[in-house]
Design a binder for this molecule. Structure first.
Ligand code: ARG
Length: 570
């Protein structure tokens, strides 16, 4: 059991002895480490309910609390916080436990949930733009962390493979297609068709009508148009897959919008028949008179021309997911501009009787150096593939400069890990709702809160081990003994891992994990400066080596939960 859980168990016993609800036995890392390592506000919360003086309640809890084997006598501070300063002996025991635990002290959930994570979801015949980049990176990391904690996670890539863009794509395919370009760079060619037809249509109402007709034919099942659509989707998928492969991202399902086509009409009919939806000016809407924010913003599910909408598909998707997986929660990882859309879909879902915890995991934009939405020099959306390749190229230049003698293949592999890691980390380290300025210099720097800094901390530890081996130093496991204050600080960081992961999922914020890993690396560097490892004598040497070893494992595991790999040297 982890140290905070052991403390909270003891606290729970003391609370029960005092007739206080033991659900209050929550122990967290101390806000101010001058007063202790851990703290609890249990006395303050209990005092409020009991209408008593919190410091007196704290004192009576302390009378019952048996923790002499774990910490110094606990103290009461401020308005009634109870502080715990751990004994070195207890810390040693706790890190030895982490060292032998394959989950590094991270406790699995007692009540795992089934969570569907809807993320990435790019659109066919349109390049993935920075919004999809953020969704892809964020969604993947949340999926990794949730599964790591024991949740049953289903990842679903809800791609936009059915929509008005196909009228233009099909018209372009029939009249303007460059086969060779389609073979080589399919998404670029599809996008070119889309843009070109878009421009041609602008001043040509007759063409607009023809293009619209191509779309209608597709929707009505015209064989030729369906065939073109199928090919366009398949080619786009191939390209998306290549990017996901590069990013080491997989999906359990890839049920795009088209999967729900046949469900739309019956769904709307059912909602009308059930009185959940109403006809309004020829269109069909779900109204929310009881939700002030949506009072004037009904969810439109069928246009007056009979066409269905993004929201209709989302409701059909929701119904399908409910029936197939009976999830406890569904997380939609999509940019902040879609907030209203999801408010409407969720409200409509509740009207349909769905009680699942539905969450829009919104995020902000990636900005260029001019603090406007990031665009290429020619003013287009930044395309993910190009961005990732530039990241790897830039990283390769750094790797070659630092390690000119490594074989080329190894240099390239290291550059891949650094480059892709840098892009992912730069995104994940931000609070998801803030907009951030994209900066190659910053994200590829070996200093500061960056992926290369953390990867480098891992590499440094690995090189200590290689050196130990070369010097014939035994790596046999002697117990870890915490004595120095820098060892203490590192041990306390290591013990926080599980709690941080749970906190990430409370509000879907991987940036908490980034900050934590950065603090672990910093604590390691302070430890490394203050406490000689290989130059000390056993048993101190093997204790310190083991502490370094856990740190490396933890950095590797934490980074992998962000979807980031580590090289063995760099
Ligand atoms: N394809 C959509 C877009 O690019 C995102 C889909 C998000 N998921 C959903 N179930 N609506 O904006």
């Amino acid at each position: 059991m982890s140290l905070p859980s052991t403390l909270s168990d003891r606290l729970a016993a003391a609370l029960r002895a005092e007739g206080i609800d033991d659900a209050l036995a929550v122990v967290t890392p101390a806000a101010d480490t001058r007063f202790g390592d851990f703290q609890t506000n249990a006395a303050m919360v209990a005092a409020k309910a009991l209408k008593k003086n919190p410091r007196e309640v704290a004192a009576s809890i302390l009378d019952q609390l048996k923790v002499e084997d774990l910490c110094e006598p606990p103290t009461v501070a401020g308005a009634g916080f109870i502080n715990f300063k751990m004994l070195d002996r207890a810390l040693s025991e706790a890190v030895n436990f982490v060292r032998n635990d394959k989950h590094l002290g991270v406790e699995s959930l007692q009540k795992p949930k089934t969570i569907i994570i809807d993320f990435s979801s790019p659109n066919v015949a349109k390049p993935m733009h920075v919004g999809h980049i953020r969704s892809t990176i964020l969604g993947d990391s949340l999926a990794r962390i949730a599964s790591h904690l024991g949740h049953h996670v289903i990842t679903d890539n809800h791609i936009g493979d059915w929509g008005t863009q196909f009228g233009k794509v099909i018209y372009g395919w029939k009249h303007l297609l460059n086969r060779e370009a389609l073979d080589q760079t399919p998404i670029d060619e599809l996008v070119r068709l889309y843009r070109e037809v878009n421009a041609l249509e602008e001043n040509d109402p007759a063409l607009k009508e023809i293009v619209r007709h191509e779309l209608v034919k597709l929707q009505q099942g015209d064989v030729e148009n369906l065939e073109i659509w199928k090919q366009a989707v398949a080619l786009s998928w191939k390209e998306f897959e290549r990017l996901y492969g590069l990013l080491d991202i997989t999906f359990d399902e890839r049920l795009g919008e088209s999967f729900y086509n046949d469900a739309l009409a019956p769904l709307v009919d059912r909602l009308l028949a059930g009185g959940i939806a109403q006809v309004s000016e020829g269109a069909v809407c779900i109204f929310f008179p009881d939700i002030p924010a949506l009072e004037e913003k009904p969810c439109l599910i069928r246009k007056s021309d009979g066409g269905f909408l993004y929201g209709t598909t989302d409701l059909a998707t929701l119904e399908y997911r409910e029936q197939r997986w009976k999830p406890d929660a569904i997380w939609y990882v999509t940019g902040a501009p879609q907030q209203l859309h999801f408010e409407q879909v969720f409200a409509a879902g509740r009207r349909m009787g769905i009680t699942t915890d539905l969450r829009h995991i919104a995020f902000g934009s990636i900005l260029g150096q001019d603090r406007k939405m990031m665009k290429t020099r020619s003013g287009e959306n930044v395309e993910l593939g190009g961005l990732l390749h530039e990241a790897m190229e830039r990283a390769l230049a750094v790797v070659v400069e630092k390690n000119p003698d490594l074989p080329k293949a190894e240099q390239e592999e290291i550059a891949r890990l650094i480059g892709l890691g840098a892009v992912k980390y730069a995104d994940l380290m931000q609070h998801r709702l803030t907009d951030y300025v994209f900066s190659w210099e910053k994200m590829l720097s070996f200093q500061g809160n960056t992926a290369p800094y953390l990867q480098n901390a891992y590499v440094r530890i690995r090189s200590i081990f290689r050196k130990a081996e070369a010097e014939g130093i035994s790596l046999e496991s002697a117990p870890i003994v915490i004595a120095d204050s820098a060892e203490r600080a590192l041990a306390l960081q290591i013990l926080k891992f599980g709690e941080v992961l749970h906190a990430v999922l409370d509000d879907q914020r991987p940036n908490l994990l980034c900050l934590y890993l950065y603090e672990v690396a910093n604590a390691f560097h302070s430890f490394y400066e203050a406490c000689p490892i290989l130059k000390s004598e056993d048993p101190v040497r093997s204790s310190r080596l083991a502490l370094a070893g856990i740190t490396a494992e933890l950095l590797k595991s934490g980074l992998s939960l962000l979807g980031i790999g580590v090289p063995e040297r760099m």
